[in-house]
Design a protein. Sequence first.
Length: 229
Amino acid sequence: MTMPYEDLRETLLDAALIHVPFDGWTEATFAAAVADADMDRTLARAVYPRGALDLALAYHARGDAQMVERMQSEDMSELRFSEKVAAAVRFRLEASDDKEAVRRGTTLFALPAYAADGAKAIWGTCDLIWDTLGDTSQDANWYTKRATLSAVYSSTVLFWLGDDSSDHHATWEFLDRRIDNVMQFEKFKAQVNKNPLFKPLLAGPNWLMSQIKAPVRMKDLPGSLTPRG
């Protein structure tokens, strides 16, 4: 019986993770995973056309799915919204059960040839966080929320990779500080927009920003002036 497509992907990814700490997300790892899974190489290429790169992205997507599952199962009703965002980032990092695999992925996506794939993966993670938390913004805020969270998430991942404190306590403190910085900036923006002295100066920029709409579908990124349908 032929194995379902998703099972093929999971089997090959699990086989690859054994080799990633030694060989990174490389073609050597891909070849070893194919051999360990006793999979035809042509079939493996059909499942992961770009080999190790697609394996690394699949590992990232697996963590995203686990994060969303936990966000939906945890009771966060008593948390402030900023605390929910921080919790989501923490859930995402805790879904990464192999720090060396993440470290190797960070190295891979730091290469110019794969930087766009890495940026897209991070953006996708932050988009999932906002969507799962119920974000309904349809204007420029759709972009600024995800861009800001992408910066917070990226810096927290780098801190987490070097954190050897108990239960990553230092990482969670670092994350809380980054979220506080964002909230302070948002508060400052709101104060500026409400200040009557600045209203004439901001009329033009605010009008332009109001014309920017969130994408109808993810493939429309980075968006357009066309409103959502």
